[in-house]
Ligand binder design. Structure first.
Ligand SMILES: Nc1ncnc2c1ncn2[C@@H]1O[C@H](COP(=O)(O)OP(=O)(O)OP(=O)(O)O)[C@@H](O)[C@H]1O
Length: 362
């Protein structure tokens, strides 16, 4: 799967961009502030309706224009799929695929699966559990067809339970109805997450054997409640505390991946560079597992590759990306530094794009 055409209008400083990316490797270089990251953001908008730099889409719209548009063509085994997103300052949004409005953003995400590697990547280790939960759910969403609807059902049940908990008098029968449904969807969601996590762990441990620093590294999945208890039991045990606090303290909304090295949180032990490398390994693993389980490839957006990685590890990351045989978009300031790790890979079609003040030239 690859993006064969990208047209961007009025996104940040990109007023009018029209490129035909390589299905393999796309290297984007230019000075600071020229618009390199904005190109990656445009691809992200096409997949998820928003940027990876925060949720405020208005900041994405060029300051002199009322709306922005991104259009792309995706080459997949199912054929050539046109997709488009436009958003206006007044809040109007249009998401289209195959020439028709899409029912939900999940549909777009399914058409254009993406992984982003950028300066925020280390948040996967240092950030809150929600960052790791989203990371895992990306894989679960793409490999477990019923996950999205189960996730939505769990959100709805949790919201209902919390509303009941906040009432002065709790109606037992109403609570029971919602709890029964909550338990069913939560157990289903936890099994889906566990299956994806196990597939992830297996590949991850093979991949990180290439690092010295991985000695003693363990990954474990916390599903959101105690290991040896059913969720129904946990809900009944915590009812009093939950009703005092007015929300459900345990459940799938508390799921986390615990990443530890010899018993310590990885973020407390590893250097910044090592953290970035570990996160790169996790992101590459996602692509490997995704390919293995779906027979499709996801696209990689790598913003400013050289930052914080030494030459040897930059090469390692490029080798992994190369082995994945996936489409990649990589930005950097220096053309030579971007090209250098790809010199040994003559079998890949490399396209080089120069960005200057929002204009892009192949
Ligand atoms: N809404 C907007 N309207 C117009 N221009 C904007 C808007 N938002 C950001 N910009 C400008 O667009 C440019 C986009 O920068 P971008 O982050 O894509 O650059 P970059 O080439 O990735 O830079 P760096 O190498 O510093 O990361 C910047 O010059 C920024 O000031």
């Amino acid at each position: 799967m690859s993006l064969s055409r990208l047209i961007v209008q009025n996104l940040r400083n990109l007023l009018s961009v029209d490129i035909e990316p390589s299905p393999d490797v796309n290297l984007i270089f230019g000075k600071n502030g020229s618009g390199k990251t904005s190109i990656l953001e445009a691809i992200h908008v096409l997949s998820l309706g928003r940027s990876f730099r925060g949720h405020k889409f208005k900041a994405l719209i060029n300051e002199h224009h009322p709306a922005m548009t991104v259009f792309g063509r995706v080459d997949d085994s199912g054929g050539d799929i046109p997709i488009g997103v436009s958003r206006s300052r007044s809040g109007d949004a249009t998401f289209k695929a195959h020439g028709q409005a899409v029912g939900s953003l999940a549909e777009l995400a399914g058409l254009l699966p993406l992984q982003v590697i950028n300066a925020d990547a280390f948040l996967l280790l240092e950030g809150s559990p929600s960052v790791r939960r989203q990371f895992l759910d990306w894989l679960v969403f793409h490999v477990e067809p019923g996950f999205f609807s189960t996730w939505k059902a769990a959100q709805r049940c949790l919201k209902q339970r919390n509303t009941i908990l906040r009432r002065d008098r709790i109606e037992g029968s109403e609570l029971q109805v919602w709890e029964r449904e909550l338990v069913a969807v939560s157990e289903r969601m936890a099994s889906m997450r566990l299956r994806a996590f196990e597939a992830f762990s297996e590949v991850f441990h093979q991949l990180i054997d290439e690092f010295v620093m991985a000695e003693g590294l363990t990954l474990s999945l916390y599903r959101g409640w105690e290991k040896d208890k059913g969720y129904a039991e946990v809900l009944s045990e915590t009812l009093e505390r939950d009703s005092r606090l007015g929300f459900t303290g345990s459940g799938v909304h508390r799921c986390d991946i615990r990443i530890r090295i010899k018993g310590h949180a990885a973020a407390d032990v590893l250097s910044r560079g090592q953290q970035k490398l570990l996160v790169c390994a996790m992101k590459i693993t996602q692509g490997v597992v995704f390919a293995k389980l779906t027979d499709r490839r996801c696209i990689y957006l790598v913003d400013d590759l050289p930052a914080e990685l030494d030459e040897e590890h930059r090469q390692l990351l490029v080798d992994w990306l190369h082995k994945l045989e996936t489409q990649v978009f990589i930005t950097g300031v220096e053309q030579d530094a971007l090209l250098q790790p790809w010199h040994q890979k003559p079998d890949r079609e490399i396209k080089l794009f120069h960005v200057e003040q929002g204009k892009i030239v192949e």
